[in-house]
Design a protein around this ligand. Structure first.
Ligand code: ADP
Length: 540
């Protein structure tokens, strides 16, 4: 028997119409050299219509790809909403990809138009002659200075293009399963692969961003989206904000600790999201430049494991609660969120909060051991995490990647355990786990333990070859300026925190841990540095 319910497709246009009318007074704030620039959601709605008309005028039809090469700002929000709403496909290009990766990704997606911020022209320009499908470049603002287009490519200014367009658009009704946006993985452990989100997946994911067992974004929130719009769709914040009427604060290119602190002082966000390295940097900066940041009731941190020391520091020093979450580009990206069960307090509560968290009803999770068997959710048994659900990708765009899927489940490459009440604790990415004499050492556990030392600001652990044990951990540490802590003192510090056989004997002090294009510890590069003799290793 079929239901009697109406078949009303879920769509980005619906989010756009709703946000621009019901929440028309909410605003998107873009940080600039001279402070905040504000646009109301009502005006965003009008500008979206103008952008859609302009893109049609350039010949964008059907599911053609319109790419962005942009910071987080109000024009990028307009692109997020207008492009899928007109039936085209938004492709967020990662501005920090290596040139050859950028060329590969733009050609592979067959981008027809690229919208670029003026400050990013120098990064994009040299690659333009290699982009085979691009016909139009739109530069945000009112000048195209510095952009030299190859033959056959037309250049426009964003403001010039939309200026005289109508402020309403007859948004087409699209199949909710059709493509709305695409994002390539950042390639931390391999080549970038394309994930294509549907109208339906984005809509449902946005609802999860607003759920109380999720990030709990609410009307009245002011969400500081530090996580780039090219990194897994800014973790879904732009769409969710438009759905629920939360205002958005966009830092544009001002991502260093000092301007972030200035943005927080000026705009009083109640919520924020970014990878751990951003918050480590801000916390260090605030030690030297004290400031009240307690307008933020909660900061969402994910992308890599959050060191418990960082959670405690934010809570103790700033009265800001850290919410730990796990996800991937492939999972839209919200997977699990670490909200402890109601009523749990003290150490038990912290244990829940350190974990990667619990999956929502819409996302199923299971762990698979080396023999391909499903392991128990008992908090002890370990396996590779596999997930499935309406906003989890079931394939990659235009490539055969059957090895990434298991009977309809996405293989995440992450290894960990799940408790009976559903909390995931990741020990590592399978590629980063250290195999020492037949036993596994979690690089993440070691990093968290070392980063608990007050003189350590960053620590990344990799496995290095060892004659006797096959592999042993090497810790690359960044020490606080002026610190005289020795490596044997750090090793001693760990002695009551990890098992004796896990104690690392290889240490290297570095100026900075190399970072990936989305700000995570770049262990691939660290390993290469080690093998090329670029690390000065102390062996204890
Ligand atoms: P990339 O795979 O290129 O790094 P993603 O941002 O999609 O780009 O990365 C997803 C991966 O990031 C996950 O598979 C996992 O290894 C890691 N990750 C994300 N969140 C967490 C977390 N809270 N704790 C540990 N690892 C995490």
């Amino acid at each position: 028997m079929l239901s009697t319910m109406q078949d009303a497709p879920l769509s980005i246009a619906q989010l756009l119409r709703h946000g621009a009318s019901v929440h028309g007074a909410s605003e998107v704030v873009t940080w600039t050299e001279s402070g905040p620039r504000r646009v109301s959601y009502a005006d965003v709605g009008k500008r979206c219509a103008q952008l859609a008309h302009a893109l049609r005028g350039l010949g964008v039809e059907g599911d053609e790809r319109v790419a962005t090469f942009m910071w987080n700002n109000s024009e990028h929000l307009e692109a997020y909403l207008a492009i899928p709403s007109m039936g085209a496909v938004l492709h967020t290009l990662n501005i920090r990809l290596f040139p050859e990766q950028l060329i590969h990704v733009a050609n592979h997606a067959e981008d027809r138009v690229i919208i670029v911020d003026p400050s990013l022209i120098p990064l994009l320009s040299p690659q333009l002659p290699s982009l085979t499908t691009v016909k139009h470049i739109i530069v945000t603002g009112s000048s195209t200075a510095g952009l030299e287009a190859p033959e056959g490519v037309q250049v426009h200014t964003y403001e010039g293009l939309i200026a005289d367009q109508p402020t309403e658009f007859d948004w087409p009704e699209v199949d909710e399963l059709s493509a709305a946006a695409m994002c390539y993985t950042s390639g931390t452990t391999g080549d970038p692969k394309g994930v294509v989100y549907s109208h339906r997946s984005i809509y449902l994911h946005s609802m999860q961003v607003c759920m109380s067992d999720g990030p709990n974004l609410a009307q009245g929130d002011r969400a500081l989206a530090v996580v780039p719009q090219f990194h897994a769709m800014s973790w879904g914040l732009p769409y969710a904000a438009f759905m629920i009427g939360a205002s958005l604060i966009m830092p544009d290119r001002f991502l260093q600790p000092a301007p972030l602190a200035a943005i927080i002082a000026s705009e009083k966000p109640t919520f924020a999201a970014a990878v751990p390295t951003i918050w480590q940097g801000l916390h260090l900066y605030l030690e030297q430049n004290p400031q009240d940041i307690s307008s933020m009731r909660e900061v969402l941190i994910g992308g890599s494991a959050v060191p418990p020391a960082l959670m405690h520091a934010f809570e103790a020093d700033h009265n800001v609660s850290v919410l730990h979450a796990w996800g991937m580009t492939e999972t839209s990206p919200l997977g699990s969120v670490a909200r402890p069960p109601a009523g749990v307090t003290g150490d038990a509560m912290w244990k829940y909060r350190y974990s990667q968290g619990r999956f929502p009803a819409s996302v199923q999770a299971r762990l698979i051991d080396d023999d391909g068997k499903v392991v128990a959710h008992d908090g002890v048994s370990v396996g590779e995490l596999e997930v499935r659900g309406p906003w989890i990708t079931g394939s990659y765009y235009g490539v055969d990647a059957e090895d990434k899927f298991n009977d309809g489940w996405l293989k995440t490459g992450d290894v960990g355990s799940i408790t009976a009440d559903g909390f995931l604790s990741l020990s590592d990415r399978s590629k980063d786990i250290i195999k020492s004499g037949g036993e596994w050492i979690s690089s993440v556990d070691l990093e968290n333990a070392v980063m608990g030392h007050p003189d350590v600001t960053e620590a990344a652990v990799i496995g290095v070859p060892d004659e006797k044990w096959d592999e042993r951990p090497l810790v690359a540490v960044v020490l606080r300026a002026g610190s005289e802590t020795t490596m044997s003192e750090l090793q001693q510090y760990l002695s009551d925190k990890v098992a004796k056989w896990q104690l690392p004997e290889n240490w290297a002090v570095v100026q900075e841990v190399p970072k990936t294009s989305v700000g995570k510890f770049d262990k691939k590069r660290l390993r290469a540095d080690y093998h090329e003799g670029g690390l000065e290793v102390t062996r204890l």
